[in-house]
Write a protein that binds this ligand. Structure first.
Ligand SMILES: C[S@@+](CC[C@H](N)C(=O)[O-])C[C@H]1O[C@@H](n2cnc3c(N)ncnc32)[C@H](O)[C@@H]1O
Length: 294
């Protein structure tokens, strides 16, 4: 349903994410970057909070209901990045990230990518009967078939062919050093299609991969895990045009809004805990004033 509401951008709104979302205008947001409270992980002390439901299915239902509403709020070219970790119960993995991802698909979001956030400095654990977990999921959804995605903004360094590599150019693939699919012995060879060119020669690097190795954030003022800014930066650069709008319905310390502000995008944050809204607003103001300690 279309809704005509005027929207004040660049604010952190205190309230329940679902209730606030129902009051937002239709198609006003380019991308969502968020991490919901994980199931039975932390009590935020708010009646509105998500994460303390009696059953895992109720938790999934609440998140699904929220994202059903957020689908309306996002522009037709819009998208959502959902960062979410799993949970062990009685020694068994619950599979919460995929349960939530499938719930979002059910309400119309199109799942584009399941990236892994690898945390090289993850907390050690004493488990002896399984590997220690050092990752979370980063699900990337779009609203429509055609959506905004700036692949060039998030390319990563080539690894297969370095500057010094004998393969650079490359003997087996491209005929001679310095050769490309466009020139040299193999010029015009249809086997040297876009993917190989992208892998080895694209001047901005190869296309972003699905495993992102990013250390945990050093920001310690919040009582919960805060996003690393690098992670949020990748999401925003890939899926929000300059001047566009980024939303985080579980704002916490407002890391998403902070990075959006730095990158010249507008932001909207929502959190049901007053103290976190204030912390986030302060962090944003400090950054605007050039206070590096944030
Ligand atoms: C994991 S933290 C988000 C941390 C954030 N990514 C950051 O970088 O600081 C989850 C946040 O969701 C908030 N929250 C929980 N239930 C909520 C609800 N129903 N509506 C709005 N915010 C909620 C909590 O207060 C908490 O700040």
């Amino acid at each position: 349903m279309s809704r005509k509401v005027s929207l004040k951008l660049n604010q952190i709104i205190e309230g329940d994410a679902f209730k606030v979302a129902t009051g937002l205008p239709t198609e006003c947001v380019d991308t969502i970057v968020t991490s919901p409270p994980y199931y039975l992980q932390r009590d935020y002390g708010s009646d509105a909070q998500i994460g303390q439901e009696a059953s895992a299915s109720t938790y999934v239902e609440r998140l699904t209901e929220l994202f059903g509403e957020l689908l309306r709020v996002v522009k037709p070219t819009g998208s959502a990045w959902l960062i979410i970790g799993d949970k062990y119960q009685n020694g068994e993995l619950m599979g919460m990230p995929w349960r939530v991802a499938l719930g979002l698909k059910d309400v119309g979001w199109r799942l584009r990518s399941d990236c892994i956030w690898h945390k090289p400095n993850a907390m050690p654990s004493s488990v002896k009967n399984r590997p220690t977990t050092d990752h979370e999921y980063i699900f990337f959804f779009s609203k429509s078939r055609d959506y905004f995605y700036d692949a060039d903004a998030v390319r990563e360094p080539h690894v297969t062919f370095s500057e010094k590599s004998k393969m650079k150019g490359g003997r087996r693939h491209f005929g001679k050093r310095g050769g490309t699919p466009e020139q040299g012995k193999n010029g015009g060879n249809t086997n040297l299609h876009d993917a190989r060119w992208d892998q080895a020669f694209h001047p901005k690097g190869r296309n972003k991969r699905t495993v992102w190795s990013i250390p945990l954030s050093k920001f310690r003022e919040a009582h919960f895990a805060v996003f690393p800014e690098t992670l949020v930066k990748t999401c925003i650069q890939a899926s929000c045009p300059t001047g566009g709008v980024v939303l985080d319905p579980f704002s916490g310390a407002a890391t998403t809004s902070l990075v959006a502000q730095t990158l010249g995008r507008s932001y909207l944050g929502i959190d049901c805990v007053k103290e976190y809204c204030e912390l986030g607003r302060q962090r944003l103001e400090n950054a605007r004033n050039g206070d590096e300690t944030k």
